[in-house]
Design a protein around this ligand. Structure first.
Ligand code: NAI
Length: 279
């Protein structure tokens, strides 16, 4: 995809972090923006910021884990700007702990709902119309390096992100030869965003499940430090933008983990044992 000026991008989780970074990059390329986010105050200030820069922008409060909410987002985008050319299914949360942790199934519902079903709802709400309008267009889904390498103590997140890689791979195979739609999957290592504070958006009825244990707090602090030392969201956004232009499927902003991906594939082919993502 090479023409961006005057076309429209929809970005879920666009009020913060990587989503906000790609929104800024696409606005720089002349696109209209539809920013979808569950966090109303952050959404308002993101929209105000883009408006102050003269960008045509619509903010739509959205819960990507709710199929009706994502369908309403598609309706709002169509009503305001018409055809959509870039969809960034990016909203995500990190939560939960080891798989044998008892009584945390609500956290699995939350993480799989936002991180995996949210992507699927987005594809289904926007994809058919993007193919139908026939112009070059792109769907980018945010997975993670945790979608390519297993990450202990982040069970639900890892399962969701493997799922995002899988749905992206199948969608790409189903569309790339026969349609105007190109698909990419983003698998970053650590990026300096608010992901370690995901529970700011946890549904009310699950708050008690995220109450900190000592082990949970230690894990969270470790993740917070890694995230704080991570890549700048703008740098990730530039790599995603280049992948859209070049129509590349796998977008791995942290190439230092490539060898571990190769080693994993070799272990699978050899019927060997599993090794964790070494951060
Ligand atoms: P962030 O917390 O800064 O941004 C996530 C955005 O998603 C926030 O604006 C949040 O309000 C929104 N959101 C959360 N739940 C939502 C829901 N139910 N509906 C709509 N919006 C919702 O974090 P970041 O890092 O920018 O996250 C973006 C994506 O990047 C996520 O999918 C995350 O899993 C992924 N990722 C992040 C990495 C990192 O190190 N920061 C590494 C690998 C992947």
């Amino acid at each position: 995809m090479r023409e961006f000026n005057g076309k429209t991008a929809v970005i879920t989780g666009g009020a913060s972090g990587i989503g906000h970074g790609l929104a800024s990059r696409l606005a720089q390329a002349g696109m209209n923006l539809v920013i979808a986010d569950i966090e109303h105050s952050a959404l308002e200030s993101a929209v105000e910021g883009f408006e102050a820069d003269g960008v045509s922008v619509l903010g739509v409060p959205t819960d990507v884990a709710d199929n009706d909410s994502v369908k309403a987002l598609a309706g709002a985008a169509d009503e305001r700007f018409g055809d959509v050319h870039v969809l960034f299914n990016n909203a995500g949360v990190a939560g939960g702990g080891p798989i044998l942790e008892p009584d945390d199934i609500g956290v699995w519902d939350w993480v799989l709902g936002v991180d995996l079903l949210g992507v699927i709802y987005g594809i289904k709400a926007f994809g058919p119309a993007m193919v139908a309008h026939g112009e070059p267009c792109a769907i980018v889904n945010t997975a993670s390096m945790a979608g390519l390498l297993p990450t202990p103590s982040l069970g639900a997140y890892t399962v969701a992100k493997y799922g995002v890689v899988a749905v992206s791979e199948v969608l790409s195979l189903e569309t790339r030869e026969t349609t105007n739609l190109r698909v990419s999957v983003l698998c970053p290592g650590f990026v300096h965003t608010r992901i370690a504070d995901s529970d700011r958006n946890i549904p009310e009825h699950l708050v008690s499940l995220e109450e900190p244990t000592v082990e949970g707090e230690l894990r969270r602090e470790a993740v917070r430090d890694l995230v704080a030392s991570g890549m700048a969201p703008g740098e990730v956004a530039q790599k995603v933008f280049e992948a859209i232009v070049d129509e590349r499927f796998y977008v791995l902003p942290h190439p230092q983990f490539g060898e571990q991906i190769v080693a994993r594939a070799q272990q699978i082919a050899a019927g060997g044992s599993v090794a964790p993502w070494e951060i």
